[in-house]
Design a protein around this ligand. Sequence first.
Ligand code: PEP
Ligand code: MN
Length: 287
Amino acid sequence: MKDAKLVTKLHNDHTSEIEIAPATENTPAITVGGKALFIVGGPCSIESMAQMEAIAEAKLPLQGLRGGIYKPRTSPYAFQGLGEVGLDILSAIRQRYGVPVITEVMAISQIEKLAPHADVLQVGSRNMQNFDLLKALGDVDKPVLLKRGLAATVTEFVMAAEYIASHGNPNIILCERGIRSFDTYTRNVLDLGAVVALKQITHLPVLVDPSHATGKRELVAALARAAIAAGADGLIIECHPDPDRSISDARQTISLGAMADLVDSLELIAQAVGRSIKPQHSFNLVS
Ligand code: PEP
Ligand code: MN
C-alpha cells in the first residue's frame, strides 16, 4: 500500500490520538486512539427531542452520542431523516449536555450546515468511495469517521482514508461495520481480521460498529467485546429508549439499559488488552 503515504504507520504500535472535545474546567479532553476507549451510542435516526433527551439523561458511560439526521436508506420511500429539524435537536442536545455528537454527512452541500454542530462527521458505507465528498472533507476542521464500504477491500478502505488526509484533514477514524457475504442470517459479516490488519497498516484509530455488522440486537454485545479484545479503539452502537419503536434499524437497536450493561461487560476485557474505560459518563452536564 505504498500510495497510502499519509495514513500508513510511521512506526510500530503507533496510533494517532485524535481530540474529539477539548478539556474543560471539570472534564478531561475526550480523545480516540489513546488508552481510553471511545464508545459512542445513540439511535440510528434522530426522531424527536424527547428521544434524544432520554438518551442524554440516562447518563450512559459513553464518550459521545450518535444520531442520523440525513439517512441513506435503501428505499426512497423509507424515512430519510429529520433533516434540519434533526440538526436543531442534535445541536440543542450537544449544547445543553456538553456531549460530543456524531452525525452522517451524505453530500458536500451538507458539510457547511453540519460541521459547526457536530464533533465528528460520519461518512457512511455507501459513500466510502464518494471521492468528491472525501476531498471536500479534507478541507474541514472536524474529525471524520469513515465507515468501510459494503464490499470494500481493506486496500480500498485505506485509500479512501488517504483521500481525506491528502486533501488536508489528518483526523480520520476508521470504522469496520461488517461486509457483504453469501450468508443473510446476519445483516453483514463483522470482519475483525480487518480491524487487526488496519491497526497494523495504519496509524488511524479504528472503531467497530457491531450494530450494522449483525443487524440483530442479541449479537451486539458479544461482538462488541470481541472487537475490544481484537484491539479496536472503540465502538459505535445503536441504542434507543424504546428500541422496538425505532423508526430505522429497530431490529439491531439495543435498549439504554443494555447499552450500560454492555459497557460494564467490557471492563475486564479492556484491562486485559491494556485499555481503560471511563467509569462514568464523561459529559460535562451543563444543566
Ligand atoms: C449508520 O451508521 O447510521 C449507517 C447508515 O451505517 P452504515 O453506513 O455502516 O450502513
Ligand atoms: Mn442504522
